[in-house]
Design a protein around this ligand. Structure first.
Ligand code: HSE
Length: 454
């Protein structure tokens, strides 16, 4: 970091100039006057590291380099902004910057979720700032509220939709009746899904975000490896229709909860999976590529954050907010909030996490089947809340094979107990197939549409 005289500019190096980086360059130029007034000194972009300079004729001459390490090491750089993503070379570059006392602003959720501890320790060692608002839910101010506004409260749950691609796909399936493959194809054609959609559709992107949210909310280091993660590839049009029939919709949820373990003991759960939620819940009406997150805290009650979770300009907005915060600290000689992991709560394994389930079975239509199915649930201590049968009986529509569909909705039960129940159901003669198992999340509200309360 440079020795500062009064009015000296805050010098910024940008690593990466894709969709987000390009918007950062534009906003830094277009809003230079306002940014200087808000920071108390000019904010000057001194270099942009890219892999293919010929693809960036729009960048001012002299700023572009392919040598990110040398740019980061320049003694006149005060702040390093990283929007290249991935673990390496981002980790090495940011650690070098922090060790040298340069503030870092990053949107890199994968790196933060895998090795945020190393970045935080390097920042603490040198007294540099580490800001990462853009890493979760794009433009939505969420991490600063958790880190600062709500730091005097006791947060009990952070849950929501933090991946726009999967929300677009699920919304499209719900509105058109399309299957997963067709909805994914549409998302790819419209530019919402990447050519390799795995990070989004398999839930990894949301899991990284859940790790970051849980760490901040519960003052506990939670990594991506601690987050139970299931994606949306197996969500079928039949699942969507079943949810609709119960006045529910299916969303890919990231859920971070503080759980009571009895006595004074507490643990945290961080998990990502598709789940049915009642249509009456505000998250159910979050459609398309939008994100929305519910935060619940003892004193504040329920808060909802909603907006654009991805895209160049929205993500750049979050980056610029962090840049102004870091630059102000440099100008006045202060420091932003440090990492807080003092609570060190254990992370509860998914098998011990309780939720409700919607289990769809194809069963033989004959006497005693319901009793056998109910016994399988009872033997594993999973309490049934509601049962519906579709087809069958004298006036029913049992297929030629005499099979009908049975839907069982349970009360809250541990994940491991439900998994054992499903295995036992599969072994029953009367069960032709377990067609679908979906979690039902009421997120603090009663699932009245399913006839389930409490
Ligand atoms: N790919 C993410 C999404 C945005 O679809 O929401 C970046 O995290």
């Amino acid at each position: 970091m440079t020795d500062r005289g009064p009015g000296a500019p805050v010098r910024v190096a940008l690593l990466g100039c894709g969709t987000v980086g390009g918007e950062i360059v534009r906003l830094l130029s277009e809003q230079a006057g306002d940014l200087a007034a808000r920071v108390g000194a000019p904010v000057e972009l001194v270099g942009v590291a890219v892999r293919r300079p010929h693809r960036h004729p729009e960048l001012p001459e002299g700023l572009v380099t392919t040598d990110a390490a040398t740019l980061v090491g320049r003694p006149d750089v005060d702040v390093v902004i990283e929007v290249i993503g991935g673990i390496e070379p981002a980790r090495t570059l940011l650690l070098e910057a922090l060790k040298a006392g340069k503030s870092v602003v990053t949107a890199n959720k994968a790196l933060l979720a895998e090795d945020g501890a190393a970045l935080a320790e390097a920042a603490d060692a040198s007294g540099a700032d580490l800001y990462y608002e853009a890493s979760v839910a794009g433009a939505i101010p969420l991490l600063r509220p958790l880190r600062e506004s709500l730091v005097g409260d006791r947060i009990t749950r952070v849950a929501g939709i933090v991946n726009g691609t999967t929300n677009f796909i699920l919304s499209s399936m719900a509105s058109s009746g399309a299957g997963y493959a067709d909805a994914l194809e549409e998302a790819t054609r419209l530019g919402y899904a990447e050519a390799d959609p795995s990070a989004d559709v398999d839930g990894y992107d949301a899991a990284s975000k859940a790790a970051i949210l849980a760490s901040l909310a519960f003052h506990t280091r939670v990594t991506a490896a601690d987050v139970h993660c299931e994606g949306i590839r197996n969500v079928s049009a039949a699942d969507i229709a079943a949810a609709d029939g119960l006045d529910c919709t299916i969303k890919l949820l990231a859920i971070c909860e503080r759980l009571e373990d009895g006595g004074d003991g507490e643990s945290v759960s961080a998990r990502v999976y598709p789940a049915m939620i009642p249509k009456t819940h505000p998250l159910a009406s979050v459609d398309g590529a939008f994100n929305a997150v519910f935060v619940e805290a003892d004193a504040a009650g329920q808060l909802m954050f909603y907006g654009q979770g991805a895209g160049g300009a929205p993500t750049a907005s979050a980056v610029l907010g962090d840049l102004v915060a870091a630059a102000r600290n440099i100008v006045v000689g202060g420091r932003g909030p440090r990492e807080s992991t003092y609570a060190r709560l254990p992370v509860r394994a998914i098998g011990a996490v309780c939720t409700r389930y919607h289990v769809s079975l194809e069963v033989a239509d004959r006497a005693g089947v319901l009793a056998a199915v109910a016994s399988a649930f009872a033997e594993h201590d999973v309490s049934i809340a509601a049962v519906r049968q579709y087809g069958g009986g004298r006036n029913g529509k049992a297929g030629r094979s005499g099979a009908v569909r049975l839907v069982v909705v349970t009360h809250a039960a541990p994940d491991a107990a439900l998994a054992s129940t499903v295995e036992a159901l599969g072994d029953l003669d009367a069960v032709r197939g377990v067609e679908g198992v979906l979690r039902v999340e009421d997120l603090g509200r009663s699932v009245s549409a399913l006839g389930v309360t409490g």
